[in-house]
Design a protein around this ligand. Structure first.
Ligand code: PGA
Length: 273
């Protein structure tokens, strides 16, 4: 089964939930979604560092994968205040988000730094979820596609085709993220996803490049989730605010999963003809 045959759906809780809230959220989410076959979805949650250990213990790992929101590009050393990939692995983390828009804009992280983190995550057996996306200004100047290609080419520099089997990409236009964000239209998002997928094929070759899941994120909500997932180049959703209530997240999952499965079946039938 190809990786893109599974619906990747996850949330980043940003700097909102404490340990108690994270555990409560995960426990509810697990209960609400446990009847859904995990052959069909990969459900993941990226809590704050301090909640990671408790988060991992609170639900079975087959049910919900736990990810971190960031990490250092070295495994140890004189990096006060940073968290090592080994420390993340020690508490059962499997995914690490790299280059979220807020890291790039507020904390001024560069593509070169994201690249060092991606390589370090892969070296230590973590799945990097590389987030890319253009700013509003770049969109207005009509250079979004160029920016996305640069973010991918630098962010994934020196990643081998074999290693790309672990990579995940999230397309999150910066103007679409958070309370001030406006969600991308399904057409706009799909066009960018197509560009991203073409760049991935260019970087890793067809076999590997085609099978890297590309998730859309940025103001995903109950109104737009279904239409976004119906688009041919969108493999999953990366959700903020709308997923922080377990019941609502469950609703979104159940809304999009049948659409995703139908799309996959249509694709399979098309390939057989
Ligand atoms: P949002 O956040 O869904 O609240 O816009 C998305 C994100 O930052 O990943």
């Amino acid at each position: 089964m190809a990786r893109t045959d599974i619906l990747y759906i996850g949330t980043n809780t940003k700097m909102y939930m404490n340990i108690y809230q994270t555990v409560d959220f995960l426990t509810k989410l697990h209960e609400l979604t446990k009847d859904i076959s995990r052959d069909q979805i990969k459900l993941f949650v990226n809590p704050s560092y301090t909640a990671l250990a408790a988060a991992r213990k609170s639900v079975p790992k087959e049910s919900i994968t736990i990810g971190a929101q960031n990490m250092c590009w070295e495994k140890q050393g004189q990096f006060t205040g940073e968290i090592s990939p080994l420390m993340l692995k020690e508490v059962g983390v499997e995914i690490v988000q790299i280059g979220h828009g807020e890291r790039r804009t507020i904390f001024k992280e560069t593509d070169e730094e994201e690249n060092r983190k991606v390589l370090c995550a892969l070296k230590h057996g973590l799945t990097p979820l590389l987030c890319i996306g253009e700013t509003r200004e770049q969109k207005e100047k009509k250079i979004a596609d160029e920016i996305l290609r640069i973010q991918l080419k630098i962010g994934l520099n020196q990643v081998t085709p074999e290693q790309s089997k672990k990579v995940l990409i999230a397309y999150e236009p910066l103007w679409a993220i958070g309370v001030e964000g406006t969600p991308a239209s399904k057409e706009y998002a799909d066009e960018r996803h197509k560009v991203i997928k073409e760049a991935l094929v260019e970087i890793f070759g067809k076999t590997y490049g085609k099978d890297i899941p590309v998730l859309y994120g940025g103001s995903v909500n109950n109104q737009n989730a279904a239409e976004l997932i119906s688009m041919p180049h969108i493999d999953g959703l990366y959700i903020g605010r709308s997923a922080w209530d377990a019941e609502n997240f469950n609703k979104i999952i159940r809304l999009v999963l049948p659409i995703f499965i139908k799309r996959r079946k249509t694709r399979e039938t098309g390939a057989m003809l």
